[in-house]
Design a protein around this ligand. Structure first.
Ligand SMILES: Cc1cc2nc3c(=O)[nH]c(=O)nc-3n(C[C@H](O)[C@H](O)[C@H](O)COP(=O)(O)OP(=O)(O)OC[C@H]3O[C@@H](n4cnc5c(N)ncnc54)[C@H](O)[C@@H]3O)c2cc1C
Length: 517
């Protein structure tokens, strides 16, 4: 891959780190720069959701998180004066990770950094800033990078520039891309990580306590501290006295007995919802917070950033390596922007429950009683039910199939014999072709596997589902007398599915999108 020009990743937050690791796993050269002197040590995001853990599994690092994270059942809602306590119970998830993993963002980033440096040999260039980014009319990029220690400015000629540079993105501004949206007027969020005494909330849940004028969130953190989050219309921020006294007053006001002892970190901020109008300008992409920001309700910000990087990395790599046609890159915005909009809408809906300060508790509770609310919100927040189905190209001429996931859906996991799991097939860097032969077409399945391996073996791995696993796979993926095949993308989403009998259409699909080696 010596002839590939490096990708420049601007920003070493969770987005940049995931992108750098995934490009490097695919032998694509990259530079990752950050204007800061050293890593951020504040905890910020504290929730890692199931889909992100599945991604970490494929990256080979999930156990590092599971070793020390707290597995929370989910969110429990306490409405003042009401008996009933609705929950978003993540134990219902059809994932190997049916919980919210409570973990500090500083630690999440540290483990990603270690993975990048120790497993992939790439170091972050600290104190190094993208100081100029200009695109000519003919799409040529002019990039200047400043060493903030010496003040030296150097030029670079990257293949692509990826703005993983957060909410105030220099990359986005340099491209003149609008970032429209608004603040939640007057609302102030405050957050503290602190040691406590006599913690009297059920530690298995992240708990929300709602009153007329504020809400309080509390949960244990892996280092023994507790996260306390308060939202109101600014009253607590203006309270006289120390922050500890102000927080304690809110805690006492909710009838809780625990005491704040020694805060390790305190912050306050205004909540925004903003979305970039486009995610791509020529060879420049926006990824993570540079493209979208929203309320922290449900703890989805960092998760959707990592999932953006996950979506973009394999596409960039395949195009740069000459394995896929360049229009694959257009699908990044097509797929990820609607997800960001969905997160913005979902967090808005959550706001109506937890932060509708001044609105009657019964009205807010009612919103949690909509049929199917718990399952649909839990699966969305966990990132399990996101689908790109609406944006997949229609393929004509296919015989219809009943049941099973469709193109654009996340390929679900299945437990196989010998305690193996279907997900273990997806651990490599390319596509996986799952062939599920019916009774009579094992020979056809083998023929397809051989043909695909011969043409695309460098980046498509064919797996014929063995007879002893056929029933359990068919339970999840559906079955047809003629057998079926699923082409699973490197990010674990289904690219294409058909009957094995439709092998010619499948073959055409491959040659329309991929470049045989
Ligand atoms: C208080 C708080 C609480 C939060 N709680 C949650 C939560 O519970 N759950 C959740 O999922 N999310 C949460 N979030 C959101 C989460 O922290 C962000 O979504 C996430 O950090 C975004 O990651 P990123 O990598 O896109 O950007 P960032 O983490 O912002 O990283 C951007 C990086 O780019 C660098 N940079 C900027 N400009 C340049 C330049 N010109 N040259 C070089 N480098 C540059 C910056 O120094 C920075 O390191 C919270 C955020 C905050 C502030």
């Amino acid at each position: 891959m010596e002839n590939i020009k490096p990708v420049l990743i601007v920003g070493s937050g969770p987005t940049g780190l995931t992108l750098a690791a995934e490009l490097t796993r695919r032998s694509v050269p990259c530079r990752i720069i950050d204007r800061k002197e050293s890593p951020t040590t504040s905890s910020r995001a504290f929730t890692i959701h199931a889909r992100t853990l599945e991604i970490f599994e494929t990256m080979g690092i999930v156990d590092r998180y599971l070793d020390t994270g707290i597995k929370s059942f989910g969110f429990l809602f306490n409405f003042e004066g009401l008996e009933k306590k609705p929950v978003l119970d993540f134990r219902i998830l059809r994932s190997r990770y049916p919980y919210i993993l409570v973990y500090s963002q500083a630690e999440t980033e540290r483990l990603l950094r270690e993975h990048l440096e120790e497993d992939h040999g790439i170091s972050i260039e600290w104190n190094t800033e993208l100081s100029s980014l200009v695109k000519d009319d003919d799409n040529t990029l002019h990039v200047e990078i400043k060493d903030r220690t010496t003040g030296d400015v150097t030029k670079m000629d990257p293949s692509y520039v990826i703005g993983c540079d957060g909410i105030h993105s220099f990359v986005r501004k340099s491209m003149g891309l609008p970032f429209d949206g608004e603040a939640y007027e007057g609302m102030i969020m405050q957050m503290m990580d602190t040691s406590t005494e006599c913690y009297d909330c059920d530690p298995d849940w992240i708990q929300y306590f709602m009153q007329d004028k504020n809400f309080l969130l509390t949960t244990p953190l892996p280092n023994g501290n507790h996260r306390i989050l308060i939202s109101d219309m600014g009253e607590t921020a203006k309270t006289e006295g120390t922050r500890v006294e102000a927080y304690q007053q809110v805690i006492d006001g909710h009838g809780l007995d625990f005491k704040v002892v020694e805060p390790e970190w305190i912050t306050q901020w205004v909540i925004w919802k903003r979305l970039a109008n486009i995610y791509r300008e020529g060879d420049v992409f926006l990824c993570g917070d540079s493209a979208h920001v929203h309320s922290p309700s449900g703890g989805q910000g960092m998760n959707s950033c990592i999932q953006d990087a996950w979506n973009l990395a394999w596409k960039l790599a395949m195009v740069l390596r000459g394995e896929a046609k360049a229009d694959l890159l257009d699908t990044y915005e097509i797929e990820r922007k609607p997800i960001a909009q969905q997160v913005i809408d979902g967090t808005d809906a959550m706001h109506d429950i937890i932060m509708a300060h001044g609105r009657a508790m019964t009205d807010r509770m009612e919103l949690t009683e909509t049929p199917g609310w718990q399952t649909s919100v839990t699966e969305l927040v966990a990132g399990i039910s996101y689908t790109y189905r609406a944006h997949m190209e229609a393929v004509s001429g296919l015989s219809s199939l009943e049941g099973g996931p469709e193109a654009g859906d996340r390929a679900p996991d299945v437990i196989l014999t010998g305690n193996r799991r279907l997900f273990s097939f997806f651990g490599h860097t390319g596509y996986t072709l799952l062939l599920m032969p019916g009774e009579k077409d094992t020979a056809d399945a083998e023929k397809i596997a051989d043909q695909v391996t011969e043409k695309y073996g460098a980046f498509i791995k064919a797996e014929i589902i063995e007879t002893e696993n056929a029933a359990s796979v068919a339970d999840v993926y559906g079955s047809s007398a003629a057998g079926r095949l699923y082409l699973v993308r490197p990010d674990g989403y289904i690219a294409f599915r058909s009957s094995i009998a439709d092998e010619e259409i499948f073959s055409r699909y491959l040659s329309d999108h991929l470049i045989a080696q």
